[in-house]
Design a protein around this ligand. Structure first.
Ligand code: ACO
Ligand code: ZN
Length: 289
């Protein structure tokens, strides 16, 4: 009983004070296996902007703290530290501290422009797709995506060669179950992204993501998701930089039997970062409008 009241208080207080508007506390419980050294507390918080990460963090903190001490001071302190991190847009995803910060993005985009894909670009997009990914869709799929979601289909062009060197093809999915809250939402789906090998690590994929997310938000997406091979660490790093977190693992998602992670991010978490980066790209003269 003592444990219950003390820990409920220490969990509940910082949550209510840091995010007063968007949190609803669904359930709060302590699972005590009878051993003070190894209890596990779990908090289920329905919160559109924090979602799973906070839940997992709190569980892990409880385990960690219970291992070093059953003292009741360390635990609430660590929760408060976590809330401070959130204030400063630093979060814990996949066990790594990730700072959602414009300073983490370096662009080296001289001679590159980003613009909407046009029908004449489809051949170039297909060629980049063939050279960068094992998922090679049919020409008619690319054309159908262009017809239906041309507003959110972007290409990166090497101006001197006048050739497509990267693309990001997206779609919107309406009235689908949210990854972060118990409701139906419009989701933006990053369907396929690729950048030619010679052009990598210059921020081109990041720029394509910024432009894609910006326009999907403008068209009403309240969260963005994608699938990525569990072995594709470069792409997962890219998505982590944008605050995506793994929300699901789909066994044998790919034709060769590999599993996929579904990664997603709620709009609230990254909208201001996307706006800042979009402005930066405009200043750099990368966006053709
Ligand atoms: N190793 C580790 N991290 C990487 C790597 C790498 N080789 N490449 C990119 N990243 C991460 C880094 O965090 C990087 O930031 P940093 O350079 O500051 O460290 C961040 O991604 C952004 O890098 P960009 O320069 O913006 O990305 P780039 O233009 O190089 O393109 C991409 C990245 C698209 C993943 C490219 O490597 C590629 O085309 N790969 C093959 C195709 C692919 O895997 N596409 C994604 C499939 S999933 C889907 O389409 C939904
Ligand atoms: Zn997909």
């Amino acid at each position: 009983m003592f444990w219950f009241s003390w820990y409920s208080l220490s969990l509940f207080t910082p949550i209510v004070f840091t995010t007063p508007s968007s949190v609803s506390l669904l359930s709060l419980g302590i699972i005590d296996d009878g051993d003070d050294e190894s209890f596990l507390a779990s908090v289920l918080v329905e919160n559109s902007s924090l979602g799973f990460s906070r839940n997992i963090f709190i569980s892990l903190t409880c385990r960690f703290v219970s291992n070093i001490s059953s003292s009741s001071i360390v635990f609430p302190l660590s929760i408060c530290v976590y809330n401070l991190l959130i204030r400063f847009k630093i979060s814990l995803w996949g066990g790594v501290l990730v700072a959602l910060d414009i300073r983490g993005f370096r662009f080296s985009l001289d001679g590159i422009t980003i613009r909407r894909c046009s029908i004449e670009d489809i051949g170039g997009v297909i060629s980049v797709n063939r050279r960068t990914l094992p998922e090679n869709y049919s020409t008619s799929l690319f054309l159908a995506m262009l017809r239906r979601f041309g507003d959110i289909f972007f290409v990166a062009v090497d101006i001197s060669q006048d050739s497509i060197i990267g693309y990001c093809m997206n779609k919107l999915e309406y009235n689908t179950k949210s990854f972060f809250a118990a409701k139906k939402v419009t989701k933006g789906h990053v369907f396929s992204i690729g950048v030619l090998h010679e052009y990598r690590r210059r921020g081109i994929a990041s720029a394509l993501m910024v432009v894609s997310l910006k326009h999907m938000f403008m068209l009403g997406a309240s969260e963005i998701f994608l699938e990525v091979r569990v072995s594709n660490i470069p792409a997962q790093n890219l998505y982590n930089k944008f605050g995506f977190e793994v929300v699901m693992r789909v066994p044998r998602y790919y034709a060769d039997g590999e599993d996929a992670y579904v990664m997603a991010v709620p709009r609230e978490r990254i909208e201001s970062l996307i706006d800042e980066l979009y402005l930066r790209l405009r200043e750099l003269g990368v966006l053709e409008e």
